[in-house]
Design a binder for this molecule. Sequence first.
Ligand code: EPZ
Length: 401
Amino acid sequence: MGGAKNSALPLMFACLLTDEVCRLSNVPEVADIETAARLLEGLGARVERPAAGEMEIDCSAVDQWVAPYDLVRKMRASFVALGPLLARFGRARVSWPGGCAIGSRPVDVHIAGLSRLGAAIEQEHGYVEAQAPKLVGGHIILELPSVGATENVMMAAVAAEGVTRLENAAREPEIIDLADALVKMGAVVRGAGSSVIEIEGVAKLGAMEHAVATDRIVAGTYLVAGAISGGEVEVSAARAEHLQSPLEVLEAAGAVVERKTDSVSLRMDGRPRPFEVATAAYPGFPTDLQAQFMALACLADGESRIDETIFENRFMHVQELARMGADIGLAGNRALVKGRERLSGAPVMATDLRASVSLVLAGLAAEGETEVLRVYHLDRGYESLESNLRRLGADIRREKA
Ligand code: EPZ
């Protein structure tokens, strides 16, 4: 099990805060990481992969503060470059990320947070332009616990003058990972993982070496693979404490889960029982596992209820699962899934990262062959998915697009 892409991305952008060489390990080899590397290189950084999973980032020659449209449009997480660029140059221009397949995903919370640190922010010609000759610590209450906004504010506040108190901060493990790395760089950050984070600005940040935390969403995906195929799976390096809510749902569905120090294993006999899920900010049930659990619900012995409360349009897998015979009724942000004894393999279309993996999971349990099209969505966040699933006994292969 590799490192989390959603940890690695902000960690890569954190390297903009120093002109010393940073070394990350356990960096997953997925397309979004490559996009972030291209963005850093475009700004003038040197990004190298000396060995598998390792990354060396040298931002000493960075002389650009513009994150261009062609990269930000590919990956919304690029917007998290805004905070560190602002801290480094006192100005930054980052393309407006716009909507994406799973919802409109505005950036108002990022902008409100950075404004409280003294940045003047304008939107012009499709770009968000921030200026702050001097960032000054402040008291910020986020309107909602946005992961990206918490990261942007943290990375700007570490270089601001004075103390920042950030309330209603996101509590995801990725935030703790970022805080740990910033502390290694010389920052003073307290409280990450709780909803109040305190940051004391420092004059200069230095190098860090950091191993990216393991990917809880990828781990959860493999556990669902075990559950949906009525088998056994052990996910090495998975951290049960990061997966509490999904593990409880898997247990409600009838899985036997074993939480070990550095792995989680699961055994499932027979059909899953129906279950209820409502996505929520961490430590609630992650929206990034909603599609995978819906695939599981499609085979349950009864009706499951799935509420998506984070994104307004994250049910695009529903119509594809229906093509495989799933019985899913949608009412607003609620899906009622009547489980079937079997799904039937069909050609289906991937629409986003997690939706596409849910179709692969459904395909594992379906009778006959399932062909997932637009599989490049998978490559944004899953490393060696086919070979890992093959090791679990799946009959899966990639065909040339
Ligand atoms: C992060 O996105 C993840 N991405 C997403 O993972 C994940 O789904 C999401 O957090 C929620 O857990 C990365 O970490 C790179 P948010 P982020 O800001 O930071 C609304 C995946 O599949 N909002 O916490 O963009 C927003 O529209 C991806 O790996 C505002 O209204 O998520 C959403 O409804 C997809 N205004 C909610 O907050 C803002 O300014 C949570 O978004 C910011 C967000």
